[in-house]
Every structure is written in C-alpha cells, then in structure tokens.
Design a protein around this ligand. Structure first.
Ligand code: NOJ
Length: 585
C-alpha cells in the first residue's frame, strides 16, 4: 500500500491563519501582538481547528508587513519578545493544537545582517549571498540587466551606487532575493530560519513563494506587453527555475525529514496539475502540500490593472476545485490545501458570495460548506469564521488602504488612466473588491469601540465599520451565526472524516453556472453537497450516482424545499445508514 493512504495528522488538520498585526492587541498600542494571540487560544480551540499558522512576527522594518525579515530568530519588538513566542508555542500545545510559522527565505529584508554585509563591497565574503549583476549599457546609458517588473512595481533590479552593481528583488526594493545557487546560503537558511524553530517544537511552516528560489540565471527579457513602461510582467520567469526541485529535495532532507512536521508551500504561477504534482507527491520528498492560486485569481482580469471581473464563472471555479481535489486521491500519492481567504486576498463573502445584508450570513455559511467538505487541508483565515466582509466602498482607497501593493496599484492606475475617468473608476472599484487590505483590518471581537481589538483610540489600520453587526461576541450568543455554523461543520468534518477528509470527489453538472453539486464518497457511504452561488432560487436534482436514502445532515437555512435551493443555500445529505468514522488520527 502506498504511503499516502496512511492517515497523517496534517491531513486531518484544519489550519487557522493569524495575521499578528490585526488579531488582538494586548498592550494598548493599536497593533496586534503575540500575547494578544495567546489570550485568544481558547477561542481558536473552541472553533474546532487544530493547527495555527502565524504570519511573520520576526524582526523586520515592515515594508511588506513582516515578509521582509531582518533576523529569523528575533521578534519584531512591537509584537512582543522571544519569551512571548515560547509561551505561544507552549500555550498552543497545551490546548492540543499545533503551531506553524511562516518561512520567508526567497528574500530577506535589506536590513538583514547578511545583506548589509553583502552590499558592503564587491569583495565581501557574503557578496555572493544575493543576486548581484553589472549594469547593461544601452545607447551609452546604464540600464538594469533585464526588463522584468517587480511584483510591487518598477524594475526587479535596484542600483547600488557605492558598489556600482544591481541587486535582484522580485518584491519590494527592501526585499533582496537570496542566492540559492550558493550552498553556503542554503545551509545558513536551513540552520537559522528552519531548524532553529523546529528544534523549539514548532510543527512546521507555511513557506512563502516556495517556487521562486531557483532563478533563470540568463535573465531573459520578458515580452513587451505594455510599451508605455520599460518594466514588463515576467510571471513565467519568477517561478519554477531549473534547480527548484533539487533545492526543495535538499531542504526536505536537511530539515523537514528530521521532524514530524508539515510543510505547506505557497506556489504561484503554476496552474497545471502536472507541474504541481512533483512538489507534493510523497515519493518526491519535497513538500506535503501547496497553496495554489488559480481560484484566488479567478475574478482578477488580465492586463496591467487586473480589473475585477464581476462575471467570474462558476464552471471554472468548479474545474479548479476538481483539479486540486484530484491531488488528494490515493493514486496520486499527494495532498492539497483548500482556502478562500488569506492575508493576500479580499474577503470571500464579498467576492464569491454576497455582502448585501440579506445574503451575507447565508452566503458565508454556503462558502464554509464548500471549504470544509472538500479533501485536502482547509485553511480558515481570521474573521472568515465570522463572515467578515470587505471594507466599505465609501472609504478612500488612497487614505485608508495601507498595503504597499495597493499603493503601487494606485500609482500605476493613475499613470495608465491619466484623464480617463471611467478607467480610474474601474481601477478603484477593483481595489475595492480585491485589494489585500480587506483581510488586514482588525479582527472584530465585539461591539465596543474598535471592535474590542485594542483599548487604544487609534488602530494601525481602520476597523471595518461592520463590527457593530459582525463580531465574535455577538455570534457566540447566537446559535444561527456564521461562527456557530463553522463550529458545527468542523465537528461534522471529523465525525465523517472518511467522507469529507479522505473521500473521493465527484462533481455533478460541471457546466451549471448557478449551483455547485458534488458527492464525497467512501466505500458504501456518500455525502451530497449542494451549493447555490446565486441570489435567486435554483432547481436541483439528486444525482443518480448518490447511493442510499438521502438524509439531511446540515443546511444553512431552517427549512429545506424539495427541489429548490433558496438564495445561497447550502445543504449536505448523507446516506441514511452512513457509518461515522472518527477512529484513528
Ligand atoms: C507572499 C506573501 O503572502 C505576501 O504577503 C508577500 O508580500 C509576498 N509573498 C512577498 O514575501
């Protein structure tokens, strides 16, 4: 029997993702912190999740909210101390949960001692720890080695005046890319950033931009798609370079294989199943699962401005889901993640459901049903369990949104739109629908000022006005809340784990643009999941492949009509005599 059919703790995990700046402030400075997270561990445990992922809390100048790390072993002082991190690890374990950290080793901060040393001189012993290249000269002028546009705007190359060379940064200027070609760098990364924490009892990592370590060293120019700027999108060159799988195997060997931990790699620009499988196939010994981007990009248009697509198509949503689910079938010897939100995505209710008052709760529960009945490891992002929504459209994007990606977006939008008011409006609307900022507003704990997130008057980012209505305290008291629904679904996920976690996935009516219907199956048992993605009534039929007498397990509405799903209705049926299968973790 192949390995993959063995149960693993991380296959049966549900991950709860925490954004430290916005989760809970313990010391009244308006910014979330580590003791704040520790104070909410009971809430997290009671939700029914069993793994916590903490976004970067390390020492950092915070150009990219901590994804620019200046010291892998130190803590950003406003978030707390090393002792606070130790207490968080211990507190999580004491409650029977596991904890994973964010591993960001494609790049460091420009303030990291390694980079400081590297840029000191061309003869520095650490010069080769980053990607330095000489300038090209075109028409007598100095230009960067190629025309790639960085993920946050401008060239991927930054000129260093004192040493007269460019360094590479796929993200911000303050995030220089490490040179993974150098074995000494890799060793240092494994020792300082990875094994240091695994030795302390951390249960694994979510691994940032895991497929960007190996560069295409000839740095070819990207095709010119926007002649109005020298910097062209180069997505296909950022990821999956020639030595990537070799590096990942080495990291597995030197780090993960030595512990009972989980590795979840963030894997952008890799839409094809055949390219994903090598990362996660057990036999390849690289990663346990990856975070794919296809669903998260479904409503982003193409072109420089990636304008929001209101008309995203449900048949594609289903096809993408099916592609990921296939990774989890035993023959593939692999595993996948499912998620609808994270700190880089707007709120799913506002994008894929409806945040209109009459549909918000229903559609949040419908999306929860999708998320928690699929195979793979689900990742729930803080506030998703409350049905938190995007920031109001009345807020000024250029004033209230803080993310450097949004700042870059607005700069580009103004450049490209010029006097074109219509385009400007469309671009702003896109930011209002998809900006990363939407998920970064403070967690809504209760209806007191600033949502009980802090005692400070001023918060680092404005609290979403919706907090008086959408907050954890109110939902704790309400058996029909989104929170209560999450708790129930998470219990059912484990009661029927052979169906929901390990069962096969069979999609019905793949072309239906209004409803999603699928069966999860294990031997003689099956579950039928029905989801209405529209604000209208929709007919449904029980697929003939469903076996046995259907019994309603849960629904997001109090009464179920025979052949009609109400707006955003979700139902799960199981066969009447389905066995519960909770044994063995
Ligand atoms: C992906 C992270 O999720 C995102 O927040 C960050 O900006 C980039 N990687 C760069 O580290």
């Amino acid at each position: 029997m192949a390995n993959e059919t063995l149960p693993k703790w991380w296959k049966e995990a549900t991950v709860y993702q925490i954004y430290p700046a916005s989760f809970k402030d313990s010391n009244g400075d308006g910014l979330g912190d580590i003791p704040g997270i520790s104070s909410k561990l009971d809430y997290i445990r009671d939700l029914g999740v069993n793994v916590i992922w903490i976004c970067p809390f390390y020492k950092s100048p915070q150009y990219d909210m901590g994804y620019d790390i200046a010291d892998y072993q130190d803590v950003h002082a406003p978030y707390g101390s090393k002792a606070d991190v130790d207490a968080l690890i211990a507190g999580t374990h004491a409650r029977g949960m596991k904890i994973i950290f964010d591993l960001v080793v494609n790049h460091t901060s420009h303030e990291h001692a390694w980079f400081q040393e590297s840029r000191r001189s061309r003869d520095s012993p650490k010069r080769d720890w980053y990607m330095w290249r000489p300038a090209k000269v075109v028409d007598g002028k100095r230009v960067p080695p190629n025309n790639w546009r960085s993920n946050f705007g401008g060239s991927v190359w930054e000129w260093d005046e004192p040493t007269q060379e460019y360094y590479l940064h796929y993200f911000a200027v303050q995030q220089p890319d490490l040179n993974w070609e150098n074995p000494v760098v890799r060793k240092a990364v494994y020792a300082t950033a990875v094994n240091y924490w695994l030795d302390k009892g951390v249960d694994g990592f979510r691994i940032d931009t895991v497929n960007m370590y190996s560069k295409f060293l000839d740095f070819p120019d990207a095709a010119v798609v926007d002649p109005s700027t020298p910097w062209q999108p180069a997505d296909k060159y950022y990821s999956n370079g020639p030595r990537l799988h070799e590096f990942l195997k080495e990291m597995h060997r030197e780090c993960f294989s030595k512990y009972d931990v989980v590795s979840i790699g963030e894997c952008p620009n890799t839409p094809n199943f055949k390219d994903v499988l090598p990362f996660v196939s057990t036999q390849e010994k690289e990663l346990d699962m990856v975070i794919q981007f296809d669903l998260a990009s479904l409503d982003h248009g193409g072109g420089e401005l990636r304008l929001w697509r209101r008309d995203w198509k449900l048949h594609l949503f289903k096809a993408i889901t099916e592609d990921a689910q296939i990774l989890a079938i035993p023959e593939h010897d692999a595993w996948c993640t499912t998620y609808l939100e994270n700190h880089d995505q707007a709120r799913s209710v506002s994008r894929f459901g409806s945040d209109a008052p009459q549909f918000r709760v229903q559609s949040a529960k419908m999306l929860a049903t999708y998320l928690l009945t699929l195979s793979g490891t689900p990742i729930v992002y803080q506030g998703e369990e409350l049905g938190m929504v995007n920031m109001p459209r009345s807020w000024d994007v250029e004033k209230e949104y803080k993310d450097l990606n949004t700042v870059d977006y607005m700069r580009e939008l103004r450049r490209i739109a010029g006097d074109d008011k219509d385009m400007l409006e469309k671009g702003i609307y896109s930011a209002q629908m998809t900006a990363r900022d939407h998920s970064r507003t403070p967690m809504q704990w209760d209806s007191s000022p600033n949502a009980g997130f802090t005692t400070a008057k001023q918060t680092w980012m404005r609290v979403n006005d919706s907090f008086t209505e959408i907050n954890a305290a109110a939902q704790e008291q309400d058996g029909s809340s989104v929170l209560a629904f999450y708790r129930t679904l998470l219990k059912l996920r484990h009661t029927y784990k052979q169906l929901f976690i390990y069962g096969s996935f069979e999609l019905s009516e793949p072309d239906n643009e209004d409803t999603m219907t699928f069966i999860k199956r294990h031997e003689e048992d099956n579950a039928l999941v029905l989801l209405n993605f529209t604000k209208d009534d929709q007919p449904f039929v029980v697929p003939s492949r469903f076996k046995g007498r259907p019994e309603l397990l849960i629904s997001n509405l109090p009464t179920a009509q025979k052949h009609v799903l109400r707006p955003y209705e979700a139902r799960i049926y199981i066969n009447h005599d389905a066995k519960t299968m909770t044994n063995g973790v």
